[in-house]
Design a protein around this ligand. Structure first.
Ligand code: AMP
Length: 250
């Protein structure tokens, strides 16, 4: 069984993003970029399934500009077998991502498709769900454990007040949560070797898919600044302040 994993190139999760002066968007000029963290969990899990003998090949797809080659190389260094770049200048939104991934699934004939639970730049959490709807496949979102049992894949997901375990009939879509695993450390020699591996590049327009944005970004603004705190001299003072200002019964 082949596993297809979708990875997005996003602003590195350690970076505090700045907003453009005109408030039109986040300013990513010159900012460090990297693989979306949840997508790294998806790759890691796909590789573990392959190592357990549940899969024969792990194929990675990223949609975006030629710069996305760096995240694809990272996944090759982790151990992915093949990497495909669907190149486009369009800022593809989740519905466009889902449509392109559907086309790739039809081309690659994959039974298991793994995504991150959300991209940390748009925080949409939509592409996996939309893909499942377009294909009419079962979906296990926010997966914290994954196990293949015959023609089924058993997924544990964290829900309010506990966990839920689902058995999905393959083909199926899984979206990975951080708790799923701890992605392996990529060693320098593997990174060097991955530099030599080919990345198949396909112009996304070749699929004839309508990638027009459906959402219009109106404005981006900073969250309101937090008010400065105060220091109190004693527990009594703290209690008196809470009583006076918050109306708390102590
Ligand atoms: P989102 O719905 O935008 O929060 O993204 C959910 C997941 O869809 C991500 O974690 C990725 O696995 C996948 N995805 C989103 N955008 C892209 C992209 N440009 N290229 C490849 N995969 C993507």
């Amino acid at each position: 069984m082949k596993i297809l994993v979708a990875v997005k190139r996003v602003v590195d999760y350690n970076i505090k993003v700045r907003i453009k002066a005109d408030g039109s968007d986040v300013d990513i000029a010159g900012v460090k970029m990297g693989i979306n963290p949840f997508d790294e969990n998806a790759i890691e899990e796909a590789l573990r399934l392959k190592e357990k003998g549940n899969a024969s090949e792990v194929v990675v797809v990223s949609i975006g500009s030629a710069a996305n080659q760096d995240v694809l190389r990272h996944t090759l260094a982790m151990g992915a077998d093949r990497a495909i770049l669907l190149e486009t200048d369009v800022n593809v939104q989740p519905l466009g991502v889902a449509k392109l991934l559907k086309a790739m699934i039809e081309r690659e004939q994959t039974k298991l498709i793994m995504l991150g639970k959300q991209a940390i730049d748009d925080d949409a959490g939509q592409a996996g769900q939309m893909l499942a709807a377009l294909l009419d496949y079962p979906q296990g979102t926010f997966a914290s454990t994954v196990q293949i049992e015959g023609d089924e894949i058993v997924v544990t997901r964290e829900v309010d007040g506990g966990t839920e375990t689902l058995a999905l009939t393959l083909p199926a879509i899984i979206t990975a949560d951080l708790r799923l695993n701890e992605p392996r450390f990529v060693k320098l020699p593997n990174l060097m070797m991955a530099r030599k591996k080919p990345i198949e590049t396909i112009n996304a327009s070749e699929f004839g898919i309508d990638l027009k944005p459906r959402l219009n970004l109106l404005k981006v603004s900073e969250p309101p600044a937090r008010k400065a705190g105060i220091k109190v001299g004693s527990v009594e003072e703290l209690i008196n302040k809470l009583r006076a200002h918050e109306g708390i019964q102590l």
